[in-house]
Design a protein around this ligand. Structure first.
Ligand code: GLA
Length: 329
């Protein structure tokens, strides 16, 4: 009898305990950080906007923090922990901070996944234990190179008379892969490698690209026609503006960027075409909305995201931009 009573009491206690744990979990509000290296860039603004959409739909709190350098990034991670967030999505200011990001996230008991720029370890190898969502830099770069080659052909340009401006930011793996893809596609189209001119930028914004392009164009004044490519739309826009400064306009410059956010759309909205011929539109919606959903699923259902998710791109020009913008949301 005594034993029976004890067993019943124990069952009741266990049930109560289970109930308490369950309700405690359900009551814990989900909070997810979204940390980006360059908050002022339209691409990242779009990403945040789509992440907000996921937050609204799923009812979690999104904490957006700009992390322009390593110090701000570490402070942001600690700040998230203090706010009782459970995880964060990050595009770090320097991918070599990967090990530090992982260590700090573990210490603070936060789940972490990367977006856009894949984090690497001390030896420069991608950190496989941090799930990642981004583009295949090389494949998207190839689309840029192919687009340039086709437009040169359509205009009847002789490749040997054309310079190709590579706005370079080789310390960032995705940047290097993107421009390498473009170089390879140009080469396969019969473009002479000797005509490719490197213009290394010091940061990844339009101003740095403009400065880099100016130097290169001045040095290589023998070319009267140019194609231009780089990491993103900002890089190509800088190149286009620098070319304009030397009197090279839409009829003698073909620039193709990567992104398709406001930077490109503003250029297409101008009444007259500029040297900014096109961009490979990629998806801030997938990168912002989907990555946030993945993090939410990880936190609430303990389902970790796939190790790597790669998203695709489409060549966007003045001709098809309206329909592509509509399709991209
Ligand atoms: C990098 C670039 C951004 C954007 C994203 C897209 O982070 O710096 O401009 O192109 O990749 O993934």
């Amino acid at each position: 009898m005594k034993i029976k009573l004890l067993a019943a009491a124990l069952t009741a206690t266990l049930a109560a305990a289970a109930f308490t744990t369950h309700t405690a979990q359900a009551a814990d509000p989900v909070k997810i950080g979204f940390l980006v290296k360059q908050a002022e860039e339209p691409w990242f603004q779009d990403e945040w906007r789509f992440a907000e959409q996921a937050a609204k739909e799923k009812g979690f709190t999104l904490v957006k923090i700009g992390v322009p350098n390593g110090e701000k990034m570490m402070a942001a991670i600690d700040n998230l922990a203090a706010q009782k967030a459970q995880g964060f999505v990050i595009c770090a200011p320097d991918v070599k901070l990967g090990a530090a990001v992982e260590r700090q996230a573990k210490r603070q008991n936060l789940k972490v996944m990367s977006v856009d720029d894949r984090l690497v370890d001390g030896a420069g190898k991608p950190i496989a234990s941090i799930p990642h969502m981004g583009i295949s830099g090389y494949e998207i770069g190839r689309q840029v190179g192919l687009g340039l080659a086709e437009e040169m052909k359509a205009r009847g340009w002789k490749p040997e008379e054309v310079g190709a401006l590579r706005i370079a930011y080789d310390q960032l793996p995705t940047a290097k892969e993107r421009t390498q893809g473009a170089v390879d596609a140009l080469k396969e189209s019969g473009f002479p490698l000797a005509n490719i001119v490197d213009a290394p930028q010091s940061r990844t914004d339009t101003e740095s690209a403009f400065n880099a392009a100016n130097i290169a164009l001045t040095k290589q004044a023998r070319f009267k026609r140019w194609v231009a490519f780089g990491l993103n739309d900002e890089a190509v826009l800088g190149a286009v503006r620098a070319a304009e400064g030397r009197g090279l306009r839409a009829d003698s410059v073909i620039g193709i960027g990567i992104g398709g956010s406001k930077t490109a759309l503003n250029e297409f909205a101008k009444p007259a075409a500029t040297g900014f011929y096109g961009t490979v539109q990629i998806s801030p919606k997938r990168h912002g909305y989907e990555s946030s959903l993945m993090m939410h699923q990880w936190i609430t259902a303990n389902q970790a995201p796939a190790a790597v998710t790669l998203t695709k791109g489409t060549l966007m020009t003045r001709k098809n931009q309206a329909e592509l913008v509509k399709a991209g949301g």
